[in-house]
Design a binder for this molecule. Sequence first.
Ligand code: GTB
Length: 227
Amino acid sequence: MSADSHAEITITAFESSPDRGRGLARDMPVRWALEEAGRPYAVRLVSFETMKQPAHCALQPFAQIPTFEEGDLALFESGAIVFHIAERYTGLLPTDANARARAIAWMFAALNTVEPPIANRVIAMFVEGDKSWAEERLAIVDQRIRDRLGDLSARLGDADWLDGAFSAGDLLMVSVIRRLSASGLLDEYPNLTAYVARGEARPAFQRAFAAQLAVFTASTEQSGGKG
Ligand code: GTB
């Protein structure tokens, strides 16, 4: 136990992230939540090979990152991990019961309503990209994304955050939609672009981003800059 009587926290992350340090892998929301909560954490880096081994699969049944260990608690699923951090520590969920329930609804909305078409875009580009119908499929997926972003943009309006103060709902929503930054789709919604920028400007995000970038930088240095 540490001096403040909380057990040490260890998460897992890619040893060499395919996102090349852009902070798009799912250890990023977990790191961000821990930084918002002011909790120190250790990171166990895993290779793709290690991820498939029984020891890791005991923690993550689908052989993926991230995982989270805190004392005798082991968790998987980044959304569940962020929720746990938000419940156990202060700063990520309101204390008022109704406001708390609404913030949790936004966590689910991020992962369950907004993220699926964005995940489909990755599949349309990188898995189905060589199919004869790929262009048509991408156009359909992009329209679904626009539908979601349009509704989200209308709800956010000119507010800073989705429901009052910054919450775990915003943390997950920003984490989900920032994955679109390179696509140009977000640019169609200036208030969402500003929302993502606000999230990314938070000192906790900056610390989390720097920590994952340092892993990528070290991995490229080790491989002689080939990354
Ligand atoms: N629902 C799970 C969660 O939220 O924790 C999904 C976890 C997941 O997708 N993990 C991915 C993984 O371990 C890494 S984050 N993949 C290895 C495997 O399945 O073998 C997803 C991800 C990967 C790469 C990029 N990228 O290169 O930009 C972005 C996001």
